[in-house]
Design a binder for this molecule. Structure first.
Ligand SMILES: CC(C)(COP(=O)(O)OP(=O)(O)OC[C@H]1O[C@@H](n2cnc3c(N)ncnc32)[C@H](O)[C@@H]1OP(=O)(O)O)[C@@H](O)C(=O)NCCC(=O)NCCS
Length: 260
């Protein structure tokens, strides 16, 4: 099993523990499988219809904490959405009045809790982009500079090329293009274009350094054999949950001790 898969599995496990405030996943294997089937059904019934298009293989953690508004939000294949009760993922394609905002997201993207995207015109995100906790992308100011009663203002399209990584709480403002592989530092405010293969950070975001133009390992590489990936995850589940029983799971809820 590749180190990438083990790493990803550990992250999933940590997200589960963090959300449940427990030390480990106490569910028996079969219960985890039932829970994930219910989750998939919830996504199919309530979340998928809100997208204009949702490709195959997407993973949703806590999908009920996603707010999607508008008729033009499209997402490609193998996206990962991690929502949380205290940090909704919010995506708005503003399609009221004269506006027909579009959010077009490619394959393999990672969307963390608290991410917000608001489009009155167009937000375009290419494959393998990653969004840190609380980051925000908007293509408009949502009010006029002089006419404060004006809805939306003067939007300008936002483009993120392949494999861009946006750090925690960063804000990407209207009209910005971020080039392939570039990184935006945590809490940055990006108001101007960012060239490919570079790190920008700060408020307003400024050049930090260039990245080597060698081959990056991206989320696309991680998902290149989805059948094997699913199989490996299942093996890891069987292995890590093997010692859990229904009783130990119930005990972890009503009478927790430091083994749970
Ligand atoms: C942008 C980042 C990746 C750069 O990492 P790095 O290459 O190791 O950079 P360094 O720590 O060597 O810092 C280089 C310079 O950039 C500055 N810098 C780094 N991050 C910054 C930020 N977010 N805002 C402002 N300045 C920043 C440093 O102060 C330093 O300045 P100096 O050269 O004047 O001393 C990292 O700082 C960052 O912001 N990571 C956050 C990632 C994140 O949010 N992950 C969440 C999960 S997706």
């Amino acid at each position: 099993m590749s180190p990438e898969i083990s790493r990803y599995f550990i992250i999933q496990e940590l997200i589960y523990r963090w959300r449940r405030k427990i030390r480990k996943d106490n569910r028996p294997y079969w219960l985890k499988k039932i829970t994930s089937k219910i989750n998939t059904k919830y996504v199919t019934r309530f979340v998928k219809p809100q997208f204009k298009h949702l490709g195959k293989g997407s993973v949703f953690f806590k999908p009920k904490y996603m707010k999607l508004f508008g008729s033009s939000i499209s997402v490609g294949n193998f996206a990962t959405f991690i929502a949380a009760p205290d940090d909704y993922i919010q995506m708005t394609s503003w399609d009221a009045g004269e506006w027909a905002g579009k959010i077009n997201i490619g394959d393999y993207v990672l969307i963390s809790p608290g991410v917000r995207m608001m489009a009155a015109l167009s937000i375009s995100i290419d494959d393998s982009c990653m969004f840190g906790h609380g980051s925000c992308i908007t293509d408009a100011d949502w009010h006029g500079i002089y006419d404060r009663t004006k809805v939306v203002g003067e939007p300008k399209p936002v483009v993120l090329e392949k494999n861009v990584w946006v750090g925690e709480d960063a804000m990407i403002c209207k009209g910005v293009t971020i080039g392939e592989n570039s990184i935006i530092g945590a809490r940055s405010v990006v108001t101007k274009d960012v060239p490919p293969n570079s790190i920008y950070a700060g408020n307003p975001a400024a050049f930090i350094r260039n990245l080597d133009e060698g081959e990056f390992i991206t989320r696309k590489d991680f998902f290149n054999d989805p059948v094997k990936l699913a199989h490996d995850f299942d093996l890891l589940d069987r292995h890590t949950l093997a010692a859990n029983s229904l009783w130990s799971w119930i005990k972890s809820i009503i009478w927790r001790d430091n083994t749970h």
